[in-house]
Write a protein that binds this ligand. Sequence first.
Ligand SMILES: Cc1cc2nc3c(=O)[nH]c(=O)nc-3n(C[C@H](O)[C@H](O)[C@H](O)COP(=O)(O)O)c2cc1C
Length: 216
Amino acid sequence: MDVHEAIEKRRTIRAFKQGVSEEQLRKLLLAGVKAPSGSNVQPWELIVIDDPKIIEQIAEYKYQQSLKMALDAMALNDPAVIEKIYTQTLETPLSTRMAERQKNAYRNCTVIAVCNKKGHGIGRKPWMNIENIASTWMCIENMALAATADGLGFQISILREEHKIAVEKLLGVPEDYELATMVMIGVPAEVPRKKEVGVARPDFSWLHRNKFGNKE
Ligand SMILES: Cc1cc2nc3c(=O)[nH]c(=O)nc-3n(C[C@H](O)[C@H](O)[C@H](O)COP(=O)(O)O)c2cc1C
């Protein structure tokens, strides 16, 4: 599969049948770390997690975070948001089912914590942090495209604020590193719904010429 085909085919997969072999994993990891990085710092560190207890704990943090996000959205007091959250098509509220889906994505797959070297500190500048984050995400995208090319599913599962800190503690991430995101890779157990790319943002609506806003 060439890279354009992988870009077209890549979709977020949130349900897996099984993880990847050590050989497949190493191939994907090596694709990741060939990404460009600011000043060639290569700021990433990758933790492959195969301890079921640790995976379960991270999945639980993700569940709690997802529920909290739904509550935060309700707190916005937007009637449309509240209606969406309370819409019940099954017995469980939509917010709980969405949170469960986020949690269950950690099952039957290979789980990796992608860490990023912080750019702050003596002699360091804030922009270094930004460049390191950007570089680590290029590594993540390389892995996503390589996984797609190998017929595998890939999910980004991001942890934020207190849940991110909790996972960093659980994994023993040192002070000068942070968790960029969790990623899951495996044999897909779902076919994602068709993505209507041009609907939310019509093609080329994001294109400007010479100056921002100039559409000519
Ligand atoms: C920075 C970032 C964070 C994301 N976090 C999550 C996440 O926590 N859970 C999830 O299911 N998908 C997550 N995604 C995937 C997006 O939801 C997904 O890319 C988007 O809906 C477009 O769908 P597609 O990947 O199938 O094209 C994340 C993607 C990015 C780039």
